[in-house]
Design a protein around this ligand. Structure first.
Ligand SMILES: [Zn+2]
Ligand SMILES: [Zn+2]
Length: 423
């Protein structure tokens, strides 16, 4: 287990979190209709605190809470920068809906391990929506594609993303060529494991579409709006489900489409870049680059605040900065110079539970030793005839280990009633 980092929230948010906390016992759902299990045993009153009784926990543990039919859960699986680091992977957001759907927005470098920490069977993690094709927003697509198939996704990985000004700047080109780059990897797995997951599907849509529908299934509608960032192509997404509106903003200079279509979102994520002085001091940018990248290619903190004051979400979520003790203050002050509403300065493993009445913000506490959850369907046995053989030269280099390996074959054959033989 890793320690829970301190969460910087506003006074109003902190109040919200306190307001949702109720004294109750373990067998009644809490105020959000969520059944807390395990350690969620609370005393009736403060006077009943006990040295041997657990109190209701104020952190999220993956795979331990039901999601109510009218509830959404958002988990930050990456909030940082193109240079991933232990504390923060790059942009990735897992949205879980009360209807069972799970949608990934961006899949930045380093985020696949955060997704793994959520202990969700990989068959449910088959839908990815990319805001644009910078590696800090799709750099772990290979990891989820291959690693997810190996760990129980028994269906193709489906990817939605924008076109570009030219075909080779579009999502389809990127996905097809990523698949080509993985030829050796995929060929080497043929005949060894369940083959069904090793397919990837690209659904490319027009990056210039304004509020056009890019996805509509199972009561969920996702629309895209253009963004202004680096080159033509980036977009933001607007998800509507069950009366909720969730907005995921990709990288952008503040834009008029977001100002119009993100209005009144239940939760709105928007990038918010590192303050310019810290880009110079800590990221070692030249002043010229820091100004251009930090305020023109991306959204400066005061500009983030101005945008949130326009759209007035129930919860504003800022990301795309290294959130450290000595960088967060400047970002917070910049935002607060133009916005005084509910705010989360996100970091990896932050969790939002969203209902009509409440938005509860916590940190997840994860198991670093996590293994893949069971597959939701019976694995399909591989067809060994599909194995691509070694050349005679390479297979001729095998040192004879058959005597020490045979006991493993004997043991497994006996336990599972098989008659497998060494190659
Ligand atoms: Zn970008
Ligand atoms: Zn980015």
């Amino acid at each position: 287990m890793v320690a829970v980092n301190k969460v910087l929230v506003t006074a109003s948010l902190a109040f919200m979190a306190v307001a949702t906390y109720q004294w109750g016992n373990s067998d009644s759902p809490d105020s959000r209709g969520v059944q807390l299990i395990d350690t969620a045993v609370a005393a009736e009153t403060p006077a009943e605190y006990s040295p041997v009784k657990a109190r209701a926990r104020d952190f999220y543990t993956p795979n331990s809470e039901d999601l109510a039919p009218d509830e959404m859960r958002l988990i930050a699986c990456g909030t940082g920068m193109p240079t991933a680091r232990p504390k923060q992977a790059a942009s990735c957001w897992l949205l879980e809906l009360g209807n069972g759907d799970k949608l990934l927005f961006d899949l930045g470098t380093g985020s696949a391990e955060r997704i793994a920490a959520m202990q969700i069977p990989y068959n449910y993690l088959d839908k990815v929506f990319l805001s644009h094709l910078h590696t800090d927003h799709f750099g772990d697509l290979d990891a989820l594609f291959i690693g997810g198939a190996l760990a129980g996704r028994q269906k193709p990985l489906r990817v939605w993303g924008p076109s570009g000004a030219t075909p080779e700047r579009g999502t389809k080109y990127a996905v097809e060529h990523l698949r080509k780059a993985l030829t050796w990897d995929i060929d080497g797995r043929a005949g060894l494991t369940d083959p069904r997951g090793y397919h990837i599907e690209a659904n490319e849509f027009d990056y210039k579409a304004v509020n056009g529908i890019v996805y509509q299934e199972n009561g969920v509608t996702i629309r895209s709006i253009p963004a202004i960032h680096s080159l033509d192509g980036p977009v933001s997404f607007i998800v509507e489900w069950n009366g909720f509106k969730f907005v995921f903003g990709g990288d952008t200079y503040p834009n008029k489409w977001f100002a119009k279509y993100a209005q009144d979102a239940d939760l709105a994520i928007h990038e918010c870049f590192i303050a310019v002085p810290d880009m110079i001091e800590k990221f070692k940018f030249t002043p010229q680059s820091a100004l251009a990248v930090g305020t023109q290619i991306h959204t400066a903190p005061a500009a983030f605040g101005k945008m949130m004051s326009i759209i007035k979400p129930r919860m504003a979520v800022a990301y795309h900065f290294f959130k450290d003790f000595d960088t967060t203050g400047a970002i917070y002050d910049g935002i607060r110079s133009t916005y005084d509403g509910p705010l989360s300065l996100s970091e990896d493993y932050m969790v939002w539970n969203i209902t009509k009445d409440d938005i509860r913000v916590r940190m997840a506490v994860i198991d670093e030793d996590v293994w893949p959850p069971p597959a939701t369907e019976k694995p399909q046995a591989p067809d060994a005839s599909l194995r691509i053989p070694y050349s005679d030269m390479i297979s001729g280099g095998k040192y004879d280990m058959s005597d020490v390996i045979q006991p493993t074959y004997d043991e497994i054959n006996k336990e599972y009633g098989l008659n497998e033989k060494q190659e």
